[in-house]
Design a protein around this ligand. Structure first.
Ligand SMILES: Nc1ncnc2c1ncn2[C@@H]1O[C@H](COP(=O)(O)OP(=O)(O)OP(=O)(O)O)[C@@H](O)[C@H]1O
Length: 235
């Protein structure tokens, strides 16, 4: 079943066009990779889908309802309750330990301290970083920080996870480890994922891939079909 839909999204920054009519669908529990060269509009698309940016034209539907037309307060509430967001870096609060960072979204949602800490420890365990639960970000490796950030994005059990170049600051091995764990956990939770990346290899972790070029969808299909040049049209 379709969970998230974009229809004819157009977005510019002043005179610079970033999206020039993007249409796509994300199914429940689907992992969708959005790839393409630098500057093709991947981040802008992710921000529009997550309700962070409003498109100039076109619409975003979440569960069949217009998302882009809702108020900022409404979209921000939706992001706290239904969506998780994971960026390239700089998301953990430096003064807090890993467990405190992961517990934070639950505390903000009104959960009690003990319940929030238990859930945080559980998520750190699932992402294989339980050993740094009481460590602050400054004393962790980049890979550990990103896995903690992933735990924080997932602790509220979102229906959609938006990940923008989550492995961009990691070496190949740490990147693969993060993606392996992130996609495994997302599948276990039936969480849909929009995974933006400029690295074609990352798309291998996805069910489906969309390649953007100059703000439009160039090709849609399975990663393997795209590499072989046999993909085309919408699935
Ligand atoms: N805040 C901004 N102000 C002005 N132009 C912007 C801004 N953000 C993005 N752009 C422009 O919009 C276009 C699309 O940018 P976007 O960041 O969405 O692409 P991207 O595919 O995510 O790029 P990258 O892979 O390099 O992160 C580019 O031409 C970019 O220069």
């Amino acid at each position: 079943m379709t969970l998230l839909q974009a229809r004819g999204l157009v977005r510019s920054y002043g005179p610079t066009p970033a999206l020039r009519g993007v249409t796509l669908e994300l199914a429940e529990a689907e992992i969708l990779a959005v790839t393409g060269p630098s500057g093709c509009g991947k981040s802008t698309l992710l921000h529009c889908l997550a309700g962070i940016l409003r498109p100039d034209a076109g619409e975003v539907l979440y569960g069949g309802q217009r998302l882009d037309a809702r108020s900022e307060a409404d979209r921000s509430r939706l992001r706290r309750t239904e969506f998780g967001v994971l960026f390239q870096f700089g998301q953990l609060v430096a003064e807090l330990t890993a467990a405190e960072n992961v517990a934070l979204p639950l505390l903000l949602a009104g959960k009690g301290r003990r319940e929030a800490r238990t859930a945080a420890l559980n998520w750190l365990e699932r992402l294989d970083v339980a050993d740094v639960a009481d460590v602050r970000p400054g004393a962790m490796s980049g890979g550990q920080q990103q896995r903690c950030a992933a735990a924080r994005a997932l602790v509220t059990e979102p229906r959609v996870l938006f990940a923008d170049e989550p492995t961009g600051a990691l070496d190949a091995l740490a990147g693969e480890r993060l993606l392996g764990q992130l996609t495994r956990v997302a599948r276990e939770q039936h969480t849909s994922v929009v995974l933006v990346t400029h690295e074609p290899a990352v798309a291998a972790y996805a069910d489906r891939e969309i390649v953007l070029r100059d703000g439009t969808v160039d090709v849609t299909g399975l990663g393997a079909d795209i590499s072989a040049g046999t993909a085309g049209g919408r699935r």
